[in-house]
Design a protein around this ligand. Structure first.
Ligand code: SF4
Length: 508
């Protein structure tokens, strides 16, 4: 008996388990629905990407003579559930529903109700596009005092065999070359742009739809140039491996004025919606190292992001939800300032990170962690508002990946489940890793007084404000020692300056 196969917007992979299982007479449903397009105010590029990629994916399925129902946004379906209900009415003889597990706790709860609501069996398949299942991660986590990414990553290297020698030891003699991924950008550094794609007819139609229906959402629909098919995404990734990967290794933490991408692949945008396959990407990168085209720090640094961080944060998400989302260890409650949305601030680093975000629905991981995330951490911005912002503005953001990275890593709101210490930094870090400070209204070398860099006073105030919670953290001892070494007058001046800035955040 034929079934209804439901494909979600981030499941656009030909090798999706539910598609592999599908029989010739099964009906495949893809739907552009209001709830998924608006549960946060998604950046226009994110909606264009997903709707266009879904439409292209449906075309491929039709070319394979699959029986596809495609419900577009104009048809007005409010939720995936209402789209399923419509499809079951249209094909009343369908004997069940099959889908691959979804990526968000919220939607998983909605799907759980289908069996009862439609009185049909619902078969949810494990998403083996990820290397580590939720149960495999739970087994790894069981009984551990600390869930550190580094140990998980080593397991994943052994599990996949990536970058291992004949004796199952890491090539290059060590597991992690992170220290060789943090070079400051020299003045003459020239970025290599990722591959861009001109919108075709399908994408142009979607752009018009988004302009009409999501006019108030962040970003502009005009400059959309992402890949929207698997073929294009693979082309973009091959370009990255050939042209960008070698430099990505050295400069993955660097930031350069008016260079939104530097040497970053932006392939998380494609990987997270299913247009790329993680195993294929890792094999390409490993091959580039084996063929002597890139150094070990480049290959290892990239593979670590994919089989380490990405799988690790997904494992944590499913292990700790829904309680994880409520965490706010540092009781951060300050409203998000307007410049997170419009980028109009005198702080050059924030202006760059936010304007890149608004233009491309993308900024790279250090801009996210050490500029916008760091500012939110130091200023005590409301955790829920900050996590919603990240979920809305980035084209690669889905809650399974966004929440642990923001709440845990950037905001330390999970009390150190993910990070062993807060990623708090003063202007000195930003000055070392970018050329922003030399182009800024504020003076990075000053902490108090007129025009002092806000990150400096806010950094010290953050330490002082949270001393009861962070003072005992072994990895914060040096920072606190430096704080205690200041005279009480110096401490007071720093805290007064921080107060002045915190009261006037919108004016910074
Ligand atoms: Fe950012 Fe301070 Fe540097 Fe300005 S001086 S770019 S505010 S770190």
């Amino acid at each position: 008996m034929a079934k209804l196969i439901v494909i979600l917007a981030d499941q656009l992979s030909p090798a999706l388990p539910s598609l592999r299982e599908a029989k010739g007479d099964d009906v495949i449903l893809l739907a552009e629905v209001k709830q998924e397009a608006s549960y946060v105010k998604h950046h226009k590029h994110k909606i264009i990407l997903l709707f266009s990629a879904m439409r292209h994916f449906a075309e491929v399925l039709r070319q394979q003579d699959r029986n596809v129902i495609y419900l577009d946004y104009q048809q007005g379906f409010g939720s995936i559930t209402s789209a399923v209900e419509h499809s079951l009415k249209k094909y009343p003889k369908l004997s069940g529903i099959m889908l691959t597990e979804c990526g968000e706790y919220r939607l998983a709860q909605e799907i759980k109700a289908w069996q009862q609501a439609f009185d049909l069996p619902v078969n949810i398949l494990e998403d083996d596009r990820f290397l580590c299942s939720a149960s495999m991660f739970a087994k790894w986590a069981d009984g551990r005092k600390q869930l550190r990414m580094e140990y998980f990553y080593r397991e994943m290297r052994r599990y996949t065999g990536l970058l291992l020698d004949a004796k199952q030891q890491p090539v290059g003699g060590q597991w992690n070359f992170d220290k060789a991924n943090r070079k400051s950008p020299p003045a003459e550094l020239k970025a290599v742009a990722p591959l861009q794609f001109k919108p075709d007819e399908i994408t142009t139609d979607v752009i018009k739809l988004v302009q009409q229906n999501f006019a108030d959402n962040p970003g502009s629909a005009d400059n959309f140039c992402y890949a929207v098919t698997g073929k294009q995404a693979r082309e973009a990734f091959k370009h990255f491996v050939k042209e960008q990967l070698a430099k990505f290794g050295d400069y993955q933490d660097a930031m350069v004025l008016d260079e939104p991408f530097l040497f970053h692949s932006i392939c998380s945008v494609y990987l997270n919606c299913g247009l790329l396959d993680v195993r294929w990407m890792c094999q390409k990168v490993e091959a580039a190292y084996q063929e002597d085209n890139v150094a070990i720090n480049a290959a290892e640094g990239f593979i670590r992001q994919l089989i380490g961080w990405r799988e690790y944060v997904r494992g944590l998400y499913w292990l700790l939800m829904p309680e994880y989302k409520e965490r706010n260890f540092l009781k951060a409650k300050r409203p998000l300032p307007g410049f997170y949305w419009h980028g109009k601030t005198k702080m050059r680093c924030m202006q760059q990170a936010v304007s890149h975000t608004m233009t491309h629905a993308y900024s790279h991981h250090i801009q996210r962690l050490m500029i916008t995330g760091n500012f939110a951490l130091l200023s005590g911005l409301d955790v829920a508002e900050v996590t919603d912002w990240y979920l809305a503005v980035y084209a690669d953001a889905y809650e399974w990946v966004e929440l642990p990275n923001t709440l845990g890593m950037a905001l330390f709101a999970d009390e150190g489940v993910l990070a062993s210490k807060p990623y708090a930094a003063s202007g000195a870090y930003i000055n070392r890793m970018s050329n922003y400070c030399q182009n800024c209204h504020y003076k990075v070398k000053e902490s108090t007084g007129e025009g002092a860099c806000p990150f400096n006073a806010l950094y010290w105030d953050f330490l002082a404000r949270n001393e009861d919670k962070l003072g005992g953290n072994a990895r914060m001892q040096l920072a606190y020692k430096n704080w205690y070494n200041k005279t009480s007058e110096q401490q007071q001046a720093l805290r007064d300056k921080a107060d002045e800035y915190l009261i006037n955040l919108e004016q910074l």
